[in-house]
Write a protein that binds this ligand. Structure first.
Ligand code: PMP
Length: 287
């Protein structure tokens, strides 16, 4: 593939060439099954193998403890902004939101829309993290939600903020798998796949088991994480092709880390070098 460009798009973002070539090889007949992953039943033994190994590889990569469920859910990270209050609060409950940019603000606004007592525990300037001792956490809050990397402003937490025993929920859409993460510090981690893991169409949610099963009674079935967990992420037809591609990348994943938004995990070193060269030339030209 000589006609590939260095694609710095914010997501959907580039995928490793090996993944695309493997998908191409499997496109018409997946491993001798006589059909494409796009055409096969999600109840087939082939797809069962695909989703199970994608989960197993992710568990290995992130060293996910056994008391966490790995869910493949739909509707993008944006839908989780609504699913989170439905799953983890009852009417009248409070939850805290740390807003450090556009995405955590959207999560906060969605919670307000659902009638949750969403408390703006801290609000940043879109450039830096408000000092931890300035946060106004609510006693008895059901969770603290924050965005680990604000994609637009590039505000990234160096590690999980300390919120004591309150369940911590992180939107890791733009830095998922870009660095080691201690999953045990979180109640839930979620990320849209389309930046660091695969094509658009699936969200990976890692949820501590004891938090499941307490959803509001009016929770739409498709937003209930317990339903997803009990059905192996196949309560309805999952985005099979997307999950298959995620599985291929997860297999070949090497953490590159370091740089921020739009240079996601699949960007090769040569692409970063080309960018650095361009930036140097740009600086000289505009100095
Ligand atoms: N959170 C973050 C941090 C994001 O960067 C994005 C997408 N750019 C979203 C949420 C929304 O994701 P989706 O398009 O999957 O709803």
């Amino acid at each position: 593939a000589t006609n590939r460009v260095f694609n710095f798009a914010a997501g959907p973002a580039c995928l490793p060439l090996e993944v695309l070539e493997q998908a191409q090889a499997d496109l018409v007949s997946y491993q001798g099954s006589g059909m494409s992953v796009m055409e096969m039943s999600h109840r087939s033994k082939e797809f069962e193998g695909i989703i199970k190994s994608a989960e197993a590889d992710l568990r290995k990569l992130l060293d996910i403890p056994d008391n966490y469920k790995v869910l493949f859910v739909q509707g993008g990270a944006s839908t989780q902004f609504a699913a989170i209050p439905f799953n983890f609060t009852a009417p009248g409950d409070a939850a805290d939101y740390v807003v450090t940019g556009a995405w955590s603000k959207k999560a906060y606004e969605e919670a307000l829309k659902l009638g949750l007592k969403a408390n703006l525990a801290a609000k940043g300037d879109n450039k830096s993290i408000p000092p931890r001792d300035s946060w106004k956490l609510t006693p008895g809050a059901k969770y603290v939600h924050y965005c680990d990397n604000e994609t637009i402003g590039g505000v990234e937490f160096p590690s999980a903020p300390d919120v004591g025993d309150v369940p911590l929920i992180a939107d890791m859409s733009s830095d998922f798998l870009s660095k080691p993460v201690d999953v045990s510090k979180y109640a839930m981690i979620y990320a849209g796949a389309q930046k660091n893991v695969g094509p658009a169409g699936v969200v990976i949610a890692i949820v501590r088991e004891d938090l499941l099963g307490h959803a509001r009674p009016d929770t739409p079935t498709m937003l209930d994480y317990k339903v997803a967990a009990d059905n192996g992420s196949m309560y309805n037809t999952p985005p099979c092709w997307t999950i298959y591609i995620c599985g291929l990348e997860l297999k070949g994943h090497r953490s590159v880390g370091g740089m921020r938004a739009s240079i996601y995990n699949a960007m090769p070193t040569a692409g970063v070098e080309a960018l650095a060269e361009f930036m140097g030339a740009f600086r000289k030209k505009h100095a």
